[in-house]
Design a protein around this ligand. Structure first.
Ligand SMILES: Nc1ncnc2c1ncn2[C@@H]1O[C@H](COP(=O)(O)OP(=O)(O)OP(=O)(O)O)[C@@H](O)[C@H]1O
Length: 252
């Protein structure tokens, strides 16, 4: 479904690769959590997959398409199949929950229609259903600037789901939230993941959350994959290898 072949990224002016010769493949139904220290390359990997970051080398193959060879127009079409949720939600604060969620349909709509806000009753009903699915029906007309962080992330999830994606990507979607709210968001993500039969790839700082919800854990270290396996195999040794720098060992 998704394959990364010899993927490398080096940002302009940097001496080291942010990602170095990554080879991975993902199948539908996997719930993948990416772990790694700050600067390990997690965001770069997620941003490469949906085409926000161009690789320096290598290929990203999505179904029968090679993303790294596409122009912006072609990428925009492919991105419709990829929902994305962000740490800081990326919502329009002054618009309502419903209006923000409806922007998930923009990829499908003619630009003029998008601008004038013409949506059919059927489209609005679809959005209302997704808003109900994330538990926000009673706040549907509230401006999102008046929502809590957890509620905003629910709007972000609803917007992505309305896109009808095959792949759901998350760039630290719970890093701004408290532990209890993070669990609620991961429960919701799992429910959406299962209901819509998605491939879900999320980077996250919380190892316990990753181990609890992922079906597969990837750890990155200095831009390379240092672990790829089952959550139960990500043990203390792997934790140390991922997070404890060899030049700065932790002694107990
Ligand atoms: N726009 C940029 N320009 C130059 N270097 C960058 C840029 N974005 C990221 N980098 C560098 O690329 C490397 C990987 O960064 P990335 O943001 O992917 O890491 P990360 O694992 O997501 O970190 P964090 O957990 O702190 O978000 C880091 O060394 C970072 O400094």
């Amino acid at each position: 479904m998704l394959e990364l072949k010899n993927l490398s990224v080096r940002y302009q002016g940097n001496l080291q690769d942010a990602l170095s010769t990554i080879n991975l493949s993902f199948t539908q139904g996997e719930f993948v959590c990416i772990l790694g220290k700050s600067g390990a390359g997690k965001s770069t990997l997620v941003r490469c997959i949906n085409g926000l970051q161009k690789p320096t080398d290598g290929e990203i193959i999505w179904g029968s398409s090679t993303l790294s060879q596409m122009n912006e127009e072609q990428l925009r079409k492919v991105r419709k199949e990829m929902g994305m949720i962000f740490q800081h939600f990326n919502l329009v604060p002054r618009l309502s929950v419903l209006q923000n969620v409806m922007t998930g349909m923009f990829g499908y709509r003619h630009t003029f229609k998008n601008l004038v806000g013409w949506f059919t009753k059927e489209e609005i009903d679809q959005a209302k259903q997704v808003i109900a699915d994330v538990g926000l029906s009673d706040m549907i007309d509230r401006k999102v600037e008046r929502l809590s962080g957890g509620q905003k992330q629910r709007v972000g999830i609803a917007r992505s789901i309305l896109q009808n994606p095959k792949l759901l990507l998350g760039d630290e979607p719970v890093s701004s939230l408290d532990p209890g709210t993070s669990i609620h968001i991961f429960n919701l993500l799992t429910e959406m993941h299962q209901r819509h039969g998605l491939l879900t790839i999320i980077n996250v700082h919380d190892v316990e959350l990753a181990k609890r919800y992922a079906t597969r854990i990837l750890a990155l270290k200095d831009g390379e994959v240092s672990f790829d396996g089952k959550p139960e195999d990500f043990d203390e040794k792997e934790y140390d290898n991922t997070y404890v720098s060899s030049s700065n060992p932790v002694t107990i």
